[in-house]
Write a protein that binds this ligand. Structure first.
Ligand SMILES: [Ca+2]
Ligand SMILES: [Ca+2]
Ligand SMILES: [Ca+2]
Length: 414
């Protein structure tokens, strides 16, 4: 999502710009998929926050154990410096109860898997209604099979999506994590269609999704395998087996350095590795937005607490930007003088657009020739810039002399 700021002012004859803010952050869906399997991108602070905030209950059978088995063996891999990790020892430790500074994850908390309806719903309610589990704030269920069958049988909504949504209503302080099922080459079309139904539902309704199937379509180099089985074998469109993406990658990389061995039910260790990386990305992301309003809880706490900004649509400091826009732009939501705006524009050989940037935000330059058309386009040759916390300048190096140009700057979270 991009927010844009324009400053009004004349650069040279027929070249001017205008300022406004548009778009906003809202309670977006959160999807964890193959794009979130680089565990080296997680920070120690994010991991420790997940460990301090989360109390997770996980219901699963064999396929779902790829997450927890992968997470178990990840501890030693990271301790040994795998992938160049230099985190403190045992930072990825987890156990039931969270003792010793580990992540609190109640493995096999609820019997069965999400394929067994209505058992999984009843088991969830019984678990959460048990006072002994009153601190649990994340529920996650995996599939083993049945997903594609529910799709073809027309019960995917009534036996999965709708009950999940009802549970969310019943337990508003608990984050429920949706999942896609494992890839299934034997039922490829139905499996893909079922996954897409789940993805579309989660995207449309602001849900949290761990996209199990998507992770199984990619190797660590982001090579995509369209026709693939849960054992990582891949095929052509005609069904001819071509290889195994996991064993091939493992065979050309170093165990203990690039990947680690682990139990991965029905599959290969590399798949378990990637499930664990995705799981930790999930824990970190969930822990930083427990109220699911699209605003980082860390950011909200920095400026006074989540109660001040709930929903993000308010405007605490009364300036021209909503709380959500302030979050996206990295401006201060409690300081009306802190807003996202172009501060200077100069025209000489190039058109120079200057503004105060924020760290951890990415900026890009757009222009158009007619505000009535408002046909904004990225300025060619103007690279995206990472904010520094100081003023930065974006340049339009194209020859626009004699042309009318309006500029605006877009900002987004990386
Ligand atoms: Ca939040
Ligand atoms: Ca504001
Ligand atoms: Ca402000």
């Amino acid at each position: 999502m991009i927010m844009e700021s324009l400053a009004r002012g004349c650069l040279i004859t027929c070249i001017c710009a205008w300022m406004f803010c548009s778009s906003f952050v809202s309670a977006d869906s959160l999807t964890i998929d193959h794009r979130h399997t680089d565990i080296t991108k997680l920070t120690e602070g994010q991991i420790n926050r997940a460990k301090s905030v989360l109390h997770i209950a996980y219901g699963h059978t064999s396929h779902g154990s790829q997450l927890t088995e992968g997470m178990s063996s990840l501890v030693g891999f990271a301790n040994g410096g795998g992938l160049g990790l230099t985190m403190p020892d045992d930072i990825f430790a987890w156990n039931n109860g969270g003792s010793g500074g580990a992540l609190d994850l109640h493995d096999y908390a609820m019997g069965g898997d999400v394929g067994y309806y209505p058992d999984w719903v009843n088991n969830t309610r019984a678990y959460l209604d048990n006072q002994a589990n009153s601190n649990v704030n994340v529920i996650i269920w995996s599939w083993c099979g049945q997903m594609s069958g529910k799709y073809t049988g027309g019960t995917l909504t009534n036996e999965y999506l709708a009950p999940m949504s009802m549970l969310e209503t019943s337990y508003p302080d608990v984050v429920f994590v949706y999942m896609t099922g494992h890839v299934d080459h034997g039922a490829d079309a139905a499996q893909k269609a079922a996954c897409q139904v789940i993805r579309d539902y989660c995207a449309a309704h602001g849900k949290v999704l761990y996209d199990f199937a998507d992770i199984e379509h990619y190797d660590p180099d982001e090579t995509y395998f369209e026709y693939v089985g849960d054992d990582c074998r891949y095929y052509n469109a005609g069904g001819t087996e071509l290889g195994n993406w996991a064993t091939e990658w493992q065979g050309t990389h170093t165990e203990g350095v690039d990947w680690y061995t682990c139990i991965a039910a029905h599959s290969q260790p590399l798949n378990g590795n990637r499930k664990a990386y995705g799981a930790w990305a999930l824990w970190c992301a969930v822990a930083d937005d427990m109220d699911r309003d699209g605003l980082s809880d860390t950011w909200e706490e920095r400026y006074g607490g989540m109660a001040l900004f709930s929903g993000g649509s308010g405007n605490y400091d009364g300036d021209a930007m909503t709380d959500s826009e302030e979050y996206q732009a990295g401006t201060e939501p409690t300081n009306a003088a802190s807003v996202f705006m172009i501060s200077d524009m100069t025209a000489s050989e190039n058109q120079a657009i200057t503004f105060l940037s924020s760290t951890s935000r990415v900026y890009s330059l757009f222009s158009c020739g007619d505000l009535c058309d408002a046909n904004w386009a990225a300025v060619s040759g103007a690279a995206h810039r990472l904010g520094t916390g100081d003023a930065i300048t974006l340049l339009d190096t194209n020859d626009v002399h004699g042309l009318r140009r309006f500029y605006r700057v877009g900002v987004m979270l990386p």
